[in-house]
Structure formats: structure tokens, C-alpha cells
Design a binder for this molecule. Structure first.
Ligand code: SD4
Length: 295
């Protein structure tokens, strides 16, 4: 029998996110609302330095956010390069629910959020400002593996009815160029699902995930019969091979989580250190380590 519901989120902050999403699902919330509430926990947490409020800024000291959400009908909403709004995932859901579009960006996304009643606020905490000032001393863009660049929260849900949905939210790569958008708000890169097959989401160096249409490829391999583990592994290996001689290789980390309609799930990354939180009825909420390609 398929284990349902099942909630999977990237990284340790996924535990608190899962907890909230699980609570919402139990209270009868729609899966997308559970995702918004769930990933909203790290978004609002100033100690999570890679998502929402408290996120590390770009090299101009500006916190710019990317997020997207997708439902069982393949409807999706996304915001990119959004500033001053603590919960970009909630804005992404509004884009899905209340516009004829999939993605809004920058000032237009902010304008839309304000029109929908979101409050503009300063997202740069003192702590992140300090980190930025320290970074400015050397101003060297070299993402730190598994730390400042790889802590996007992506959440995948297999709900009670056996339908898939997912969401993804991040402050993106720390010290990026102003205006840089990563994989996280891009459907097919940072997140993808097909309710007939499975769902996948990415964390890590967004550029590498975009170059390879990462999450879409993982889902496509599951369509061809691969398990979530095999699918994540094959795409991670493909990304690794494509980047073997690439300038990004020195700091390249990419990880995927995936789940299929049977409730099988997995995570796999290029380097060790990637883990994810899983919540199901049988075993509760816990961390699991992803497989990885290189030591
Ligand atoms: C990005 N994939 O913007 C994201 C980074 C990440 O902090 O995983 N997080 O490239």
C-alpha cells in the first residue's frame, strides 16, 4: 500500500517545515496551503540564512527572493527577484490563483504582492548585514559547498488522495550579482512534477540545475520506469559529467529529492552532506541522508 500522506523537504530546516505542513494537512488544509504554511516556517526564521527573512543578500546587500509552487493539475505560480516580502511562496501561490500567468519578477512581482495585501519589510537582518560586510572585504564569489548556497527549501507532498504537489523558496546564492535568478523559481529546473508520474526538486548551485533542466529530467526518468533513487542519481551524474571541466566544479553541489506515485522517495547529490526531512504516518518526521556521487 502507498504511504500517504508523505511530506519531504530539503535540509534540516525541512523538519520544522514538514511539521507545519503535516499539521495543516491533518486539519484538512489543501496541499498547496500546507506547502505555503510549511515552507513559510524557514522563510520567517532569521536563523535560516538561505531563505526569506534573514537570508544572505546579493553583493549589493539586497535580499532578493525566488519561489515557486505547482499543483496536481500542473498549474503553477512563481516569483523571482522579489525584494521586501517575507513570504515569496505565498506570493507565488497568488500568481497561480489570481493571474493568467506563471511567473512575475522584480518590481512587478512586488507591485502585485502589495496589491494583494502583502506588507513590505526589511529582510536584511543585522547578522546577515554583518556577514555581507565581511564578505565585501575580499569580495570573492566562491560559494561554500552545503552552506551558503545550498539551503533552499523545496517541499514535495503526496497527499491523502495520492496527488502530488510541491513548492520551493530561497534567497538564492549568497553574494550573487544583483538581478541574478537561480533555478528555484523556474518550473522544470528547481521544481517539477507530473501528477501521473512523480515530483522532484533541487537544491544547490542553480546555474547547474538550469543548464540541465534538472527537476524535469528527474521526473522524465521516473516516467520511463526509474525509481526516484535511480532517477535522481542519473541526473546528478549527468550534471557532474557536464561540469567535470567547468569553472563551477570547484564549488559545485547539486542535490535532488524525488517522490513517485507509489510513495517511493529518495535524495541524491553530487557531494556528501545533503539530507532531507521525511514525514509519514508510520515513522513520523525524521532526517534521511541522500546518496552521493563523489567523496
Ligand atoms: C539557487 N538553488 O538560487 C538555489 C540555491 C540554493 O540557497 O539551493 N540555496 O541557486
Amino acid at each position: 500500500p502507498v504511504k500517504k500522506p508523505l511530506v519531504i523537504s530539503t535540509w534540516r530546516h525541512g523538519l520544522a517545515a514538514n511539521e507545519e505542513a503535516w499539521k495543516q494537512l491533518n486539519n484538512g488544509a489543501a496541499p498547496l496551503d500546507a506547502i505555503v504554511a510549511g515552507v513559510g516556517v524557514p522563510e520567517a526564521d532569521p536563523d535560516v540564512r538561505s531563505v526569506g527573512y534573514g537570508g544572505l543578500p546579493d553583493r549589493e546587500g539586497k535580499v532578493t527572493l525566488d519561489a515557486c509552487i505547482m499543483d496536481k493539475n500542473s498549474d503553477c505560480g512563481s516569483v523571482s527577484f522579489l525584494q521586501g516580502i517575507k513570504h515569496p511562496i505565498a506570493v507565488a501561490k497568488k500568481v497561480l490563483d489570481e493571474t493568467p500567468h506563471v511567473m512575475l519578477t522584480g518590481k512587478g512581482a512586488l507591485q502585485f504582492a502589495l496589491e494583494k495585501g502583502f506588507k513590505e519589510e526589511n529582510l536584511l537582518t543585522e547578522k546577515s548585514k554583518e556577514s555581507w560586510k565581511k564578505w565585501l572585504e575580499k569580495s570573492k564569489y566562491q560559494p561554500v559547498i552545503n552552506i551558503e548556497n545550498h539551503d533552499t527549501i523545496s517541499m514535495l507532498v503526496l497527499d491523502e488522495e495520492g496527488n502530488l504537489s510541491g513548492g520551493c523558496t530561497t534567497s538564492g546564492a549568497a553574494w550573487k550579482l544583483h538581478g541574478r535568478v537561480g533555478d528555484s523559481p523556474i518550473i522544470g529546473a528547481g521544481l517539477f512534477l507530473d501528477n501521473e508520474v512523480g515530483a522532484a526538486a533541487a537544491t544547490g548551485l542553480g546555474e547547474a540545475v538550469i543548464r540541465t533542466a534538472g527537476s524535469a529530467m528527474v521526473v522524465e526518468l521516473m516516467r520511463q520506469g526509474k525509481s526516484p533513487y535511480e532517477a535522481c542519481k542519473e541526473i546528478v551524474e549527468r550534471i557532474y559529467n557536464k561540469h567535470k571541466n567547468h569553472k563551477d566544479m570547484a564549488y559545485l553541489q547539486v542535490g535532488f529529492i524525488a517522490v513517485n506515485k507509489k510513495g517511493e522517495y529518495a535524495g541524491y547529490s553530487i557531494r556528501p552532506g545533503f539530507n532531507y526531512a521525511v514525514y509519514d504516518k508510520e515513522n513520523g518526521n525524521r532526517m534521511e541522508d541522500a546518496g552521493f556521487k563523489i567523496k
